[in-house]
Write a protein that binds this ligand. Structure first.
Ligand SMILES: [Zn+2]
Length: 117
């Protein structure tokens, strides 16, 4: 195995998770459907609501990946590709600590050649 600093990576993942959770919480609070606004206002609101939902979806997805990465650290499985099981380049993990796949497999995912759950 490479000399990954798992403690440090875990700290980063946990900090990132806090960050995301806070963001998601803010999004929830800022949507208020209790009054009946005029149509223009409503359109604007729907628009920003959709944008926020899209953002939340990304963030929820990232949250999932972060949780998985933390689990892999706990199970001592961290750092290997979830598809081909080769070690993931440490530089890649440094940039994206919640990365699931090595670069090759990530490319397959992006080309739609590898199914993600
Ligand atoms: Zn791989």
């Amino acid at each position: 195995m490479t000399e990954l600093n798992l403690d440090q990576i875990k700290d980063r993942l946990i900090a990132e998770r806090e960050n995301l959770l806070n963001k998601l919480k803010e999004n929830d609070l800022s949507i208020d459907d209790s009054e009946t606004p005029d149509p223009v206002d409503l359109a604007v609101r729907n628009y920003s609501k959709n944008v926020m939902l899209a953002v939340s979806e990304n963030e929820s997805r990232q949250l999932l990946l972060i949780n998985e990465a933390i689990e892999r650290i706990d199970n001592e499985e961290y750092g290997s590709c979830q598809n081909c099981e080769n070690p993931i380049n440490p530089k890649r993990l440094d940039a994206i600590p919640w990365a699931r796949y090595c670069l090759n497999c990530q490319e397959l995912v992006e080309q739609g050649l590898l199914e993600e759950d």
